[in-house]
Design a protein around this ligand. Structure first.
Ligand code: ADP
Length: 561
């Protein structure tokens, strides 16, 4: 058996495992090759995609610059003229409007700033404001009126002047390029909404002015705003030279990319690319257009899964085989050990009656004269021991024919009550002589039952023998035969050592001996034979038992149909 396990292990399992190992290795190599190929494909695809994105960006830039207004690709626009950034502006413009620098205005300014005659200055500015001069002059004069009134602490008048400025000239810019709307609102303390106007580029400001207002508001401008871009552009941008008209060029800034083209000699127009839109909208769209896998799309590992799964299944089946083989082998080993024990046990059992028979036989033959009663005792011992011997031999023969699968029973319809009564009668004498109290209640009439008389006798004797063997101190045996629900029921009851519930399920197995029976002789065959006999009669054997209280064995024979 051990040889067959080893054969199985080495002949099937080992080659299968080797094959599995080689298979996995080759699949892994294939996978690596596919991965390398996939990697270079990915690189190629990425290059293709990048060049397509660039190309499309140029096309979109050209369209966008032609339209000149908001389009998705543009984050900010810019203009370059004669090597300088003209919009968005970084620095503020220097006031130089000649309309404002006319003598009347300069006079009023001198009254205010040099002579410090503020009341006269107010009147002079007011006169200018009321004159029919150009709008920027009137607005500027009004702002000076308000400023002088502030200095004179004529609060109410000053406020109404600022309000008027806000109302009438809010959209006008002062000579330094600041909108009166913002100046007046800061003076009036109406700063709500200014932050939003600033970051939505409502006013045409320079980066310096933008920062100035932000600091007055005590706020920080959002990252990536137009003025940040303007500063970066002014610092880093270098247009290509020479520039071909109409062609789109690109330039990388530290925080982004710009695209531009020459509008006319010396003039450039361009935009900063909205990198987020490129990444989130344009690139995926082009990726789809080029039929490239989307980012995060899983690589297929199907082959590996199929191969791995099949192999895992094969290994599982093989391992299951190993488990079964080992289990069978262990069972077989246990059985052969039990058989060996059985043979030595039986030989031992044979020796005792044989020795007694020989001893008493020789004593009778050569021992001279014995009183009649002693001779009788000797003869009885010889008879009893030969009976035990034949019982033992009968059991062994029955078992071996069952074991070979050759045991045949001859079932005949007959009087079961008479057969059982006969055996009980023979046994009863023996039991009573051994000091047992026997309570036998056997009915005499039973319905017709098909049975094998010899086998039934053996079953009955086995139960009675066990009752004697496992009675311990008790000397009571109850024997009953009755008809019950159409069945014939035979019971043997003792008040002996009993059987634990866990053992009750096992005592009918071949060679099973419970520890409670230690030292009582026997080899675990009696009940096995009883069950086999009852199965052959389509009946059953039952046991009710409690350790220390006693046991009741019941044979149930079905009535012949
Ligand atoms: P054995 O030759 O050991 O008696 P059996 O098959 O007749 O073999 O019995 C199996 C085991 O069942 C016994 O070893 C014993 O432990 C238990 N057994 C059988 N009959 C009784 C009984 N009447 N009382 C207690 N235990 C019993």
């Amino acid at each position: 058996m051990r040889r067959s396990i080893l054969l199985y292990l080495f002949g099937i399992v080992t080659p299968a495992l080797v094959l599995l190992y080689l298979g996995l290795q080759s699949v892994d190599r294939q996978r690596q090759a596919i991965a390398t190929l996939g990697e270079s494909n990915r690189v190629l695809a990425a290059e293709k995609l990048a060049s397509r994105v660039q190309q499309r960006s140029r096309e979109l830039t050209a369209e966008c610059l032609k339209q000149g207004t908001g389009c998705e690709i543009a984050a900010h626009f810019f203009n370059f003229a004669d090597g300088r950034l003209t919009s968005p502006r970084v620095r503020s413009i220097v006031p130089s409007d000649p309309a404002i620098l006319q003598p009347a205005f300069l006079q009023a300014e001198s009254l205010e700033l040099q002579e410090r005659r503020l009341d006269d200055a107010v009147n002079a500015y007011r006169a200018l404001y009321k004159s029919s001069g150009p709008v920027p002059l009137k607005a500027f004069a009004l702002s000076r009126v308000a400023r002088c009134l502030d200095k004179l602490h004529r609060k109410a008048e000053a406020l109404s002047a600022w309000q008027q400025l806000l109302r009438d000239y809010g959209n006008v810019y002062d000579p330094a390029g600041r909108p009166y709307s913002l100046t007046a609102r800061f003076e009036l303390g109406q700063i709500e909404g200014i932050f939003d106007e600033l970051i939505q580029y409502r006013w045409n400001l320079s980066a310096e002015q933008f920062d100035y207002y932000m600091s007055r508001l005590n706020r920080t401008a959002p990252a990536g705003n137009r003025f940040e871009f303007a500063r970066e552009l002014e610092e880093h941008f270098q247009p290509a030279a020479p520039l071909r008209e109409g062609e789109i060029y690109s330039f990388a800034l530290p925080h982004g990319q710009v695209m531009y083209r020459a509008e006319q000699p010396g003039h450039l127009k361009g935009l900063s690319v909205n990198s987020r839109w490129i990444e989130e909208t344009l690139t995926p769209a082009l990726r789809r257009e080029l039929n490239l896998p989307q980012v995060g799309e899983p690589q297929s590992n199907r082959e590996l899964w199929i191969y791995g799964g099949t192999m895992a299944l094969v290994v599982a089946v093989l391992l299951l085989g190993v488990v079964f083989v080992i289990r069978d082998a262990r069972r077989e080993v246990r059985m052969s050990r039990l058989r060996a024990d059985f043979v030595s046990g039986v030989s031992h059992e044979l020796k005792t009656p044989l020795t007694l028979i020989r001893l008493y036989g020789e004593t009778l033959l050569h021992g001279g004269d014995f009183p009649e009663n002693e001779r009788r005792d000797f003869c009885e011992i010889i008879t009893r021991e030969s009976e035990r011997l034949s019982l033992l031999v009968q059991r062994v023969l029955s078992f071996s024919s069952i074991d070979r699968g050759e045991k045949a029973y001859t079932l005949q319809t007959g009087d079961l009550a008479a057969v059982i009564a006969g055996i009980v009668e023979i046994y009863r004498n023996y039991l009573e002589r051994s000091g047992f109290e026997v309570e036998a209640r056997l009915i005499e009439e039973l319905p017709d039952i098909r049975f094998d008389a010899e086998a039934v006798s053996q079953a009955v004797v086995n139960l009675l023998e066990n009752a004697v063997k496992y009675s311990g101190e008790s000397k009571f045996i109850g024997i009953r035969l009755r008809a019950d629900a159409g069945n014939a029921v035979f019971e043997v009851e003792d008040r002996g050592i009993g059987i634990s519930p866990a053992e009750c399920g096992k005592i009918f197995q071949r060679f099973y001996r419970s520890p409670n029976g230690a030292g009582k002789g026997g080899y675990g065959l009696g009940l096995f034979l009883v069950r086999h006999i009852m199965d052959a009669h389509l009946g059953r054997v039952e046991v009710e038992s409690e350790p220390g209280v006693g046991s009741l064995f019941r044979l149930v024979f079905p009535v012949a149909a």
